[in-house]
Design a protein around this ligand. Structure first.
Ligand code: PLP
Length: 343
């Protein structure tokens, strides 16, 4: 099949660019130093490729991501890096994991999430620490008590995690490195009270600022980056050596006096990090099912032209699609189901 035969909007992954990103990251953070976050792509075929690069443990954001990874035989060490209060959902995730011999560890940050984990059949947890992002996690001072409670509830505490999401988009390298170091020192303070082998943190924006190894006072044991594999225009501002590997292909369905219109709109795109980009053209605006754009050179597109759109935010873009097509130039290699969608 050729690229131009795909029905649009089509989410397309460039195989060579993906491999370049996976190889670069595996070189920087080999093996267990990277616990790739699957929420960025929600695709077990892509996770299998990360596994082939030597990363055997994965980070997940939802019970469904954990269950589907387990079912795909990628469950050697799955970390659900998110709080879940829904006992029934935890139980069904753990049942699936058991059927597939998967190992599952769940983040907790309160007595209630500990209770839900214990009654949902979870055996292993990490204490989630607030390292400055006002999202999930306990303050470092409270981590020791929470770990004691988890142990009393019969859970094995494997360590700590702390996501410094507020620092991912700090584009000043020395300031970012300093702020990440401070955040990781707070995480390590919590780890001293909690114990365990895992100190998990980081993302695509901060992965070069993290030190692997607990000898360093700000060191961690693993990084949870996910976007690095496919990249988006927001993360491309980092100049970290990764290349854009994902695009949306649209078809020109209407042409005006000075503009063209393609069949890719808000419903095919995550827009929370800004509008998408079309190389060599200005994006005027996006509506439900359309992008209105004008080529920079004043030319007009033709009806039926295929236009490449670069998303600003990968994760919510991918989650709107059922399949990504792996391509090599104009040749379609295979469809990759986005099989970890939903919750
Ligand atoms: C818990 C957690 N870890 C790590 C990440 C990093 O992912 P990325 O590399 O896509 O920024 C995220 C992203 O939101 C996250 O929520």
């Amino acid at each position: 099949v050729e690229l131009r035969e795909l029905p649009t909007p089509a989410l397309v992954v460039d195989a060579a660019a993906l491999d370049a990103n996976l190889a670069l990251m595996a070189n920087r953070l080999p093996g267990a130093a990277l616990r790739p976050h699957v929420k960025a792509h929600k695709c077990t075929a892509l996770a299998a490729r990360q596994h082939a690069y030597g990363h055997l443990g994965f980070t997940c954001a939802t019970p469904r991501e954990v269950s589907v990874m387990a079912g795909a035989g990628l469950g050697a060490d799955l970390l659900l890096a998110n709080e879940v209060l829904d006992e029934a959902r935890l139980r069904s995730m753990i049942d699936t994991a058991r059927q597939h011999d998967a190992r599952v560890t769940v983040a907790v940050d309160s007595p209630a999430t500990i209770a839900a984990a214990a009654s949902g059949g979870v055996r292993e947890v990490v204490i989630d620490i607030d390292v400055g992002l006002p999202r999930c996690g306990v303050v470092p001072d409270a981590a020791g008590d929470l770990a004691t409670r988890a142990a009393e509830a019969g859970l094995v505490v494997r360590g700590v995690m702390g996501y410094e999401g507020h620092l991912q988009m700090d584009l000043d390298p020395s300031r970012r490195a300093e702020r990440v170091r401070e955040a990781m020192i707070a995480l390590r303070a919590a780890h001293r009270d909690v114990g365990g082998d895992i100190v998990s943190a980081g993302g695509t924006g901060t992965h070069r600022d993290l030190v692997i190894g607990l000898d360093d006072p700000a060191g961690v044991t693993e990084v949870q980056a996910g976007s690095y594999a496919l990249m988006d225009t927001d993360y491309m501002r980092h100049d970290a050596g990764f290349v854009p590997a994902i695009n949306l292909i649209g078809t020109v369905i209407s042409v005006g006096a000075r503009h063209g219109v393609i069949d890719v709109g808000l419903k095919a795109l995550g827009m929370d990090h800004g509008p998408p980009t079309i190389d060599g053209a200005a994006v005027w605006f996006c509506s439900d099912e359309h992008i209105t754009f004008a080529p920079d050179d004043g030319s007009l597109p033709r009806l039926g032209d295929r236009i490449r759109v670069r998303p600003a935010h990968l994760d919510p873009t991918v989650a709107r699609h059922q399949v990504m097509w792996l391509v090599d130039g104009d040749a379609v290699i295979e469809p990759w189901p986005i099989d970890m969608r939903h919750w």
